[in-house]
Design a protein around this ligand. Sequence first.
Ligand SMILES: [Zn+2]
Length: 586
Amino acid sequence: MEWNLSTLYASLDAWQNDYDHMKTLIEKMPTFEGKLGNFEDFKAYYKLQKEASVTLNKLYQYASLKSDLNTKDTENAARKQQMATLVNEYQKATAFEKPEILNLGWETIEAFLNKDESLKAYHFPLKKLFHQSEHVLDKDSERLLTNYSKLASQGAQLHGALSIADNDAKTVTLEDGSAITVSSGNFRSHLADLENPKDRETVFKTIFSHYENHKYTFAQIYNTVLNADVAMMKSRGYDSSLDAFLHKNAIDPVVYHNLVDVAKESTDLLKRYYKLRKETLGLKQHHTYDRFMPLAESSSKFSYDDATSLFFDAIDHLDEDFKNKAYDALKEGYVDVHEKEGKQTGAYSSSSLNNHPFILLNYDETLGDVFTVAHEAGHSMHSLFSMEHQPEATQNYTIFVAEIASTFNEHLLLDHFIENKQSDKADKIQILQQSIDDIAATFYRQTLFAAYELKAHELAEAGHPITHETLSGIMRELYLEFYDIDIAKEPGKEYVWAYIPHMFFAPFYVYQYATSFAASLKLYDLVKEDPKNIEKHMQLLKSGGDDFPMNQVKRAGLDLTDKDVFRSVTKRLETLLDELELALKE
Ligand SMILES: [Zn+2]
């Protein structure tokens, strides 16, 4: 139940030897500068680049996994530092590549790629490069923009400074006279644990008063973000900020609008859920900050073996190839299961080109941990499929398709739990709540934020002044529409726009969570209808990063410009609500 990293490198000496070899590869790369227009050199360069990227990936993965096993070890930290330097050298050595390729033009490049079988794999990565450079300006204009680029991302820095660095943890006194420390990091767990409504309100108020007290500053910081986005969109000739952000991955803006539309047309389900919660918890009113309270608490323990057998049982009716990848993903030596002193917290699956992926867990025998195993196994299975079917150039996949692979497994496991008559009542309620909360958080809440940032950007593009009243007004309207809750009546909640870091450091990003969640549910629906449809899902996993995400899911049978994909979420929510009502009555 521990990683065996010797499958990557037999010893630290072996790692160091490869490191030294990588340095010689890096030295060779700049010798191709100015020569890529010559076919033989072009071919030789990409051969070298393939070896270099595989080596760099493997070196990096080893250093980072080793360090995550003990983050307190100074040698591990030094090795990671060494890697950071190497990556930087690699970037400098290959900096000439993109501009030179773009300069040669797509026609020349395409002719090169068609000339040789070994170059076929670069077709999509280079096509993507040309796509992304469509809005690149001439050299002088680009130099000008670069001079301002740090300033353009200053909104994120300012937000971090005011919401984290200048935001100390606070001590609050509870109704029973005891005192607790409340911080942005721990207040959610307090909200789940505190049974006295007054205490929950106090904790919530303590966190959100920071945003209320600095509302003028936060609004100005958000203006920095909006102004930068509008300036970028205008300078680069996009029709809107939304277009500018979706262009990179060639996402049709219709997808974004469909998502918002479907979420808005189905908010009655959300309202039904919160009404059920209110009744079950015996609350006079269900506040936004009451959403963390559990409807039932499972005391069941699940060993790691329980978790893997539950997952394997849940996929037992599916295709052999799919099952084999699941067994392979969780094979001995590739999962580090238990918590250890100094070990990195949380859970992830890490992959590098051509190497078996590794899963890190901090397994604690809870029901939630069982789902984490299935989730991370999904990421590893994705990597294994991609490794088997894709050349190095297109093995890496985007986050957009990554979360389809992982959440798909969670749907399988959930249904296995619901259908299993032996499941404990508290377990069943907890898992249903967890899954519904997941839909509320991933689909509805993220979409509400997506609708907010679209509206704010539209106002900024039209030249409207943006004040804290404007931003709170947008949020108030959306919360009424989605939840039927007037956030102005909750302490500080109308400043929720100031609280979400994504709005400041990654505009038009959160819609991806909701969209890929919908795509995974739609695929899951198809498999439920007919297990043979697992073919479609596997097709997506096998496609790694060989195309833009929308095209990849299209080849798997999903059209994201069709609202039907998003409606699988609302259908699922309805089924889960029915199940939850039933389980609560039992
Ligand atoms: Zn994930």
